[in-house]
Write a protein that binds this ligand. Structure first.
Ligand SMILES: *Cc1c(COP(=O)(O)O)cnc(C)c1O
Length: 389
C-alpha cells in the first residue's frame, strides 16, 4: 500500500455537528423509547409542523426517504402513467427513480454549464402534449430561479415539483426551497444539510388535498385505519428520526451560513487558479445558496487531469468526491428511455470535469487554504506534457 498522510481535510465531518448535540440527541431518543410510540406519533407531527413553517409552507408529510418523497409526492399531485415529467440529466439518480416509481415517464434535459442547473430553454424544446410537470433539482444547494421557473410553468401549464433534497432552507428571489411550486421533496439522509441518524424524507405543499393524499399514500393508502382508498405503500418518517431532526432543525440556519461562508472563502482562494483552468460552479442565487456541495470544474485548459488531481489531493490528506460521474441518461438501468451519448453535451462534459471539494459546517479557513495551496502546488509541479491515458 502506498503511503497516505492522515486525513487533514475530510470530505464531510458529521461528528463535528453531532457531538455537541450528543446529550440532547440521546435524551430525545430515550424519550421516544420510554414513551413507546415509534410510528406516526408526536415527534413526527412536531417535526412536520416546524420544518414546513421554517420553509414557509403550510403542510409537511414525513416519509421514509427523499426518493419516496419524490415518488409519492408526484402521485399525490396527480401525476400518473402516461404523464411526462421534465427533469435534468445531471442529478442524483433518485430524481429519476422517483419519477419512474410514480409511474410517469422522465424526459431528460441538459443543464446550464455555468451553474449545472436545469436549462429552461432546453425544457421548452422537451415539451409535448403529454408533459404534465417540471421537476427542477436545486442541485448542490443552489435554487433554480423561482421567478423564471414559475413564468415557464405558467406559460406551458405545467405543475412544478421541486427536488429540494440538497437545498433545505435555501432561498432565492424571495422564495424558500420547497415553496415554489405545487409540492417539493426533501431528504434527511445523514449527510444532507439537515440529516437524520438514518434515512428520512418529507413532502412539503401548500395544498391541503395533496397533503391529505400524501398521508394516505405513505400509510398503506389508508386515510383512516383499515380503510384503503389508494394502493399506497409503507413509508413513514419514524419517531426516533423525527425526534433527532427536532433537535437538529434549530441549528440548520447557522450550519447553512457556515457552509456559505466556507464557499466564499473557497471562491476567494481559488480565484488565482482560473488561469489554470479551474472554475468553481457559479453561484447566481447569492446569499441563499446553502452549498450542500462545493464543486469546481477541472476544465480542458487545466494542465492536470481530474483523476490525477483527486489522487494527489488524497495523498495530501484531502478527500474529494464526484457528484456525479455518469449522467442519468447513460446509466444502464435507463437505457430503455432511448437516450445516447451526445444527447446532453453540457451534462456529459460536466460529469467529466466536476470535482467536489470538502464542504461541511465548521470547515475552517485554514483547511480551505490548505486545499487551495495543495491544488496550486500540484498544478505548478505537474508537467503539462504528461497526458493521462
Ligand atoms: C439525496 C437525494 C435524493 C434522495 O434522497 P434519499 O433520502 O437518499 O432517498 C434525491 N434527490 C437528490 C438531488 C438528492 O441529493
Amino acid at each position: 500500500m502506498s503511503y497516505q498522510s492522515p486525513v487533514r481535510v475530510p470530505f464531510v465531518d458529521l461528528a463535528l455537528q453531532n457531538q455537541p448535540l450528543q446529550a440532547q440527541l440521546e435524551q430525545a431518543i430515550n424519550a421516544v423509547v420510554r414513551q413507546g410510540n415509534f410510528v406516526l406519533g408526536q415527534a413526527l407531527a412536531d417535526f412536520e409542523a416546524s420544518f414546513a413553517a421554517a420553509s414557509g409552507v403550510r403542510y409537511g408529510v414525513g416519509v421514509g426517504s427523499g426518493t419516496e418523497a419524490i415518488a409519492l409526492g408526484l402521485q399525490a399531485c396527480g401525476i400518473s402513467a402516461g404523464d411526462e415529467v421534465i427533469i435534468p440529466a445531471n442529478t442524483f439518480i433518485a430524481t429519476v427513480i422517483g419519477v419512474v416509481k410514480a409511474g410517469a415517464h422522465p424526459i431528460l434535459v441538459d443543464c446550464d454549464p455555468q451553474t449545472a442547473l436545469i436549462d429552461l430553454r432546453a425544457c421548452q424544446q422537451a415539451i409535448t402534449a403529454k408533459t404534465k410537470a417540471i421537476l427542477p433539482v436545486h442541485l448542490y444547494g443552489q435554487m433554480v430561479s423561482p421567478r423564471r421557473l414559475r413564468e415557464f410553468a405558467a406559460a406551458h401549464n405545467l405543475l412544478i415539483f421541486e427536488d429540494a433534497a440538497q437545498a433545505h432552507l435555501a432561498h432565492r428571489e424571495g422564495y424558500l426551497a420547497g415553496s415554489v411550486g405545487k409540492a417539493a421533496a426533501f431528504s434527511f439522509y445523514p449527510s444532507k444539510n439537515l440529516g437524520a441518524l438514518g434515512n428520512g424524507g418529507m413532502v412539503l405543499t401548500n395544498d391541503a388535498a395533496v397533503a391529505q393524499k400524501m398521508r394516505s399514500l405513505r400509510n398503506y393508502g389508508a386515510p383512516r385505519k383499515y380503510f384503503h382508498v389508494d394502493i399506497g405503500t409503507n413509508s413513514r418518517l419514524d419517531e426516533i428520526q423525527a425526534a433527532v431532526l427536532n433537535v437538529k432543525l434549530p441549528h440548520l440556519g447557522k450550519w447553512n451560513q457556515l457552509r456559505n461562508s466556507a464557499a466564499q472563502e473557497y471562491d476567494a482562494v481559488l480565484k488565482p487558479l482560473r488561469n489554470q483552468g479551474i472554475f468553481p460552479i457559479q453561484n447566481q442565487g447569492g446569499a441563499g445558496h446553502v452549498y450542500h456541495l462545493y464543486i469546481i470544474r477541472v476544465s480542458q485548459e487545466c494542465p492536470v487531469d481530474r483523476q490525477t488531481i483527486q489522487d494527489k489531493l488524497a495523498t495530501r490528506g484531502i478527500q474529494t468526491g464526484i457528484h456525479y460521474p455518469i449522467p442519468c441518461h447513460l446509466q444502464p438501468a435507463y437505457k430503455y428511455l432511448g437516450y445516447q451519448a451526445g444527447d446532453f453535451p453540457h451534462a456529459e462534459t460536466l460529469c467529466q470535469e466536476i470535482l467536489s471539494l470538502p464542504m461541511y459546517p465548521g470547515l475552517s479557513n485554514t483547511q480551505i487554504q490548505e486545499v487551495a495551496e495543495s491544488l496550486e502546488y500540484l498544478l505548478r509541479t505537474s508537467s503539462p506534457a504528461v497526458i493521462a491515458c
